[in-house]
Design a protein around this ligand. Structure first.
Ligand SMILES: NC(=O)C1=CN([C@@H]2O[C@H](COP(=O)(O)OP(=O)(O)OC[C@H]3O[C@@H](n4cnc5c(N)ncnc54)[C@H](O)[C@@H]3O)[C@@H](O)[C@H]2O)C=CC1
Ligand SMILES: O=C(O)CCC(=O)C(=O)O
Length: 491
């Protein structure tokens, strides 16, 4: 059985275990739906149970000794092949991603290209140093560090970056000699199957990389608690992330969590307001605001507040909402009914708590869009730091304008959150930029650039409640996916 029957509109999406596509043991399926067209089923994904998970863990365990014995260059060569395949399938992957979770086709193809670039980056890591020689106090001894893989790594990934996130977790796990059991979000199961197909066609040995689809509470929690899984990496909500971390900690497994954000952009009095407006829109509303790095709080200094608000509103009102497959669309639907309901709940809460909705926050009026989970981009004015829309992650196209008297107050407001993922400042003043860099509590600090958009070769992760204080991507990945061995050797 193949994973995705591309010529049909509805794909049958099986698990991928021990190098083969497998129907779930219990025969159950969950639909992956098109959020732009209520009722359109993109794929019927395996609704696996713990029997399927056990089989995948056994396959990953059986494959790991042979896999770790390969050289990094040999493992990297397979990742290079997977990168070429993913790149060559960009159209199909991009289109499937847009149909499953709604982001525009341009963003979806861009993300697929990013996935290929991440695979290539980690393919190259197979040839790079993995340790240091440390002078010993014993003249006859050679002392050095090397790194060992952890074993079987469980990967739990969300739907908002269905290619980039799992790839930036699986590629380093694999190149450093681990085997993988991956549970993608079921909302993007068809996209996940296309990634697995690249690994399969690249010739990865059976069992090295496995995919088990299913309900998060069953398979995700099953991965976190499974005694055969040595480390767990998770991206998603704070609520689930904490459960995953606790389950892994309880059995002594290594874990890494990347969770939410409530990311601020500060617009200083001397900022180029046009650039700041563009960054606010791009950072806050691209991918329909469904990025952990999305701009959510827009903190503007009093003396430019009114002119910034006017420029922002004019541009936000002109954004075109529609099906992500339509080349004219700037903003697609929310990814699912659940996400749509969450966003509408926050918009209503904002109004109830006294913020002023200046634009958007409604279903678009075009009849052609009545079948999708669309929300017009919303801008709230008169937002105070205590309001729910200023405190909780919304994950939707909602911007909250907050006024600050001066830079000191703006930075204090920016830090007034349980999260600490990304923060941005628009200014021309070096002093303000330096104070912001030093004082802001965020893992990603951006000056004259939007809050979203991470570079694959740089460490990525948050402070405070946004992460387990670890970093992903770039050279930082080696810290999670390997264990350091200090070797002391004498003749
Ligand atoms: N940091 C980020 O990039 C993301 C943040 N979110 C936030 O989470 C909110 C809810 O989105 P969801 O898709 O429901 O996120 P979620 O945290 O439920 O899902 C993320 C992943 O965890 C899995 N999962 C769900 N329950 C689990 C459990 N009990 N144990 C282990 N794994 C489990 C899911 O199947 C998915 O693969 C969003 O509104 C947004 O605020 C969602 C997706 C990504
Ligand atoms: O901003 C980005 O490029 C990455 C965002 C991200 O990691 C996320 O939303 O989960």
């Amino acid at each position: 059985m193949t994973a995705v029957h591309e010529n049909h509109d509805t794909a049958i999406i099986d698990n991928y275990i021990r190098g083969d596509w497998r129907a779930p043991a219990a025969g159950e399926r969950i639909p992956s739906l098109n959020p732009a067209k209520r009722g359109e089923v993109v794929g019927m994904a395996a609704a696996s149970d713990l029997t399927d998970l056990d089989e995948a863990v056994q396959a990953a365990d059986a494959a790991r000794l042979a896999w770790r014995k390969l050289t990094g260059a040999q493992r990297g060569a397979l990742l290079f092949k997977a990168a070429d395949l993913l790149e060559s399938r960009m159209e199909t992957v991009g289109k499937t991603m847009t149909r499953e979770m709604g982001k525009t086709i341009g963003e979806a193809k861009g993300e697929t290209a990013r996935g290929a670039a991440i695979l290539r980056y980690y393919a190259g890591e197979g040839m790079r140093p993995i340790g240091d020689v440390i002078p010993s106090t014993d003249a006859e001894a050679l002392m050095f560090t090397t790194r060992a893989p952890l074993g079987v790594v469980g990967v739990i990934s969300p739907w908002n970056f269905p290619v980039a996130i799992p790839v930036w977790k699986m590629a380093p796990a694999l190149v450093y000699g681990n085997t993988v059991v991956w549970k993608p979000a079921v909302e993007t199961a068809a996209t996940a199957a296309l990634i697995m197909r690249c690994f399969h066609d690249a010739g990865f040995p059976a069992g090295v990389v496995n995919m088990v689809l299913g309900d998060g509470a069953v398979i995700g929690q099953g991965i976190a608690a499974h005694p055969g899984i040595h480390a767990v990496t998770f991206t998603g909500s704070n609520r689930v992330g904490k459960q995953v971390g606790q389950a892994a900690l309880a059995r002594g497994a290594k874990y890494q969590l990347e969770m939410g954000g409530k990311n601020p952009i500060i617009v200083a009095s001397d900022a180029d307001l046009d650039l700041a407006v563009d960054a606010t829109i791009s950072g806050g509303l691209r991918s329909t605001g469904q990025k952990c790095t999305a701009t959510s709080r827009v903190i503007v200094l009093s003396d430019v507040y009114a002119s910034f608000r006017e420029k922002l509103l004019a541009k936000v009102k002109a954004l075109r909402v529609g099906d992500g497959l339509d080349a004219e669309t700037w903003l697609g639907p929310c990814a699912s009914a659940k996400q749509y309901e969450t966003v509408m709940r926050y918009i209503n809460k904002g109004i109830e708590e006294g913020a002023e909705l200046l634009t958007g926050g409604r279903q678009p009026e075009e009849p052609a869009l009545s079948e999708g989970y669309y929300v017009t981009p919303a801008v709230f004015d008169k937002v105070t730091p205590a309001m729910t829309i200023a405190r909780e992650e919304i994950f939707g196209p909602v911007l909250a304008l907050i006024e600050a008297r001066d830079m000191a107050e703006a930075i204090a407001l920016a830090n007034d959150t349980e999260y600490g993922l990304s923060a941005s400042l628009y200014t021309r003043d070096l002093g303000s930029a330096l104070s912001f860099i030093q004082e802001t509590d965020a893992g990603l600090v951006r000056v004259n650039a939007e809050t979203a958009g991470v570079e694959l070769q740089a460490p990525f992760g948050g402070m405070k409640g946004s992460s387990s204080h670890s970093r992903e991507q770039g050279q930082a990945a080696i810290e999670f996916y390997t264990s350091v061995k200090t070797v002391f050797m004498k003749p």
